[in-house]
Ligand binder design. Sequence first.
Ligand code: MG
Length: 255
Amino acid sequence: MIELRTPTQIEQMRPAGRFVAEVLTHLKDVADVGVNLLDLDAEAHRMIKERGAESCYIDYHPSFGAMPFGHVLCTSVNDAVLHGLPHDYTLRDGDLLSLDFAVSVDGWVSDSAISLVVGTPRDEDLALIATTEQALEAGIAAARVGNRLGDISAAIGAVAHAAGLGVNLQFGGHGVGRTMHGDPHVANDGQAGRGFPLKAGLVIAIEPWFLHTTDEIYIDQDGWTIKSVDGSRGAHSEHTVAITADGPLILTARA
Ligand code: MG
């Protein structure tokens, strides 16, 4: 069921969005060559406790997860692109890291993801990250009253196709509200002019993610981490966006 939020509720959702943005901005600074993924997770956990927020991940146990997630941050490195389970791994020069973070503050959820390279970047990795960011911008620009859900998906997919990238449709964006995952599903490719008519009050996470040379994935032995089948690297960019009468409002915008 697709739920719409009142302008007052959207105002109430802002603190969660601001906090998610603050944590990702901080973690982007902390992430570096020599930093362990478990330390990034611990830092996020410390900030959650300090803020009195509630993690959406720690007890998360959907049908595709082997066990409750048990951590507060997704840390996906190189050929891992989504749901990266933090583990004892120390970041190396040139690693491509995606961080995905969602919490509830005052009973409202926000969800956002960034990708970055630690140390010396490969040009192709910077280009892949830039493409996911452009796709996110294009998706957000299409998140307007009068458009349809398919316009967001088509806008994201067009950026991927222009970059010569395939699009995986198994995981995409989603409604956000009292819980992390609600309707509608926001696919990262689709047909413009099709699907649910976008209305003021719809709050969704838009989250393009692409792999260099494949659109096929598998789940790692850890039961969570999603990796490319061919070992090519992936990137992921996500914001929680409220569709308003005045246009899209990015709740997780970073300063
Ligand atoms: Mg997310």
